[in-house]
Design a protein around this ligand. Structure first.
Ligand SMILES: Nc1ncnc2c1ncn2[C@@H]1O[C@H](COP(=O)(O)OP(=O)(O)OP(=O)(O)O)[C@@H](O)[C@H]1O
Ligand SMILES: [Mg+2]
Length: 251
């Protein structure tokens, strides 16, 4: 089977002339189904740009991008929108939830753009997604009534509700304390090992990268290292080992 992601000589530049920024300089890599990859690098190295190109939120300036063997550079805007909505889930550092909108309604949103689904079915699937991230008791809460970790869990539920094959996460724990970060990584690890979801996660935190099964490092828009993590950390185990005082402190 073709790899889920294959990019060849991917180039992304912003602007023109002297102001031109080379965000990606001929990046070539493949990611198989079921992998959990961390992208790391100093600020400005191009990881977010790569994530946005992989998520079809940004168009590459040059190079090829095959998703499941299909060359998406030839896709129409409609085909791209379909791919983005059905095959790819996105999670951001800043959650990007709609304010004054309940958790349920936030999670239902991606289903409004899909095939026609009854309101009842949308509600049932959103509820199921929120329960799966441990938010069964927060269905009608709005983002400002939830902690950062809870908001990020709503964002994960929203990213997964259309059952994508790829989860892209841009510094999903960047705004969270260490326990909450671990809780988010535990969910992502469970989705990866349990449900076989392919995960590509950008992080600046070396500790967080150790939960992935492969780390790709960037510098100045280029891949400078690509290595497996022989024994990835288990977030579930590490959470259990956190001292209890820490839990009381964060509660
Ligand atoms: N829309 C844009 N217009 C112009 N330049 C941009 C744009 N987006 C990103 N860049 C530039 O492209 C380079 C790569 O940006 P990118 O956001 O991919 O880096 P990053 O490694 O994710 O950074 P950070 O770690 O700070 O999030 C940077 O030099 C950035 O300033
Ligand atoms: Mg970034």
């Amino acid at each position: 089977m073709a790899p889920l992601i294959a990019v060849y000589d991917l180039v992304k530049t912003y602007g023109e002339g002297p102001a031109c920024v080379h965000a990606l300089r001929r990046v070539t890599l493949t990611i198989e189904r079921g992998e959990f990859v961390a992208l790391t690098g100093a600020s400005g190295s191009g990881e977010s740009t790569l994530l946005y190109v992989l998520g079809c939120l940004a168009k590459p300036s040059a190079g090829r991008y095959l998703f499941g063997g299909r060359d998406i550079t030839t896709f129409s805007a409609e085909e791209l929108a379909h791919l983005r909505n059905h095959d790819i889930g996105f999670v951001f550092q800043g959650f990007h939830l709609l304010t004054r909108t309940s958790a349920l309604e936030n999670v239902e949103l991606p289903m409004l753009y899909g095939p026609t689904m009854s309101a009842g079915e949308r509600r049932a699937r959103a509820t199921e997604a929120l329960v799966s991230v441990g938010l069964g008791d927060r269905l009608t809460h709005e983002p400002n009534q939830m902690s950062g970790g809870q908001q990020q869990r709503v964002a994960i539920a929203r990213a997964l509700v259309n059952r994508p094959s790829l989860l892209l996460a841009d510094e999903p724990t960047g705004n969270l304390d260490s326990r909450t970060s671990l809780e988010i990584i535990e969910i992502i690890q469970r989705l990866n090992t349990g449900a076989g979801l392919t995960v590509v996660l950008v992080t600046h935190e070396p500790d967080i990268a150790q939960y992935a099964r492969r780390i790709i490092s960037f510098r100045d828009g280029r891949v400078i290292a690509d290595r497996p993590v022989p024994h990835p950390q288990s977030a579930e185990t590490d959470l259990r080992r956190l001292p209890l005082e820490d839990l009381e402190h964060s509660a």
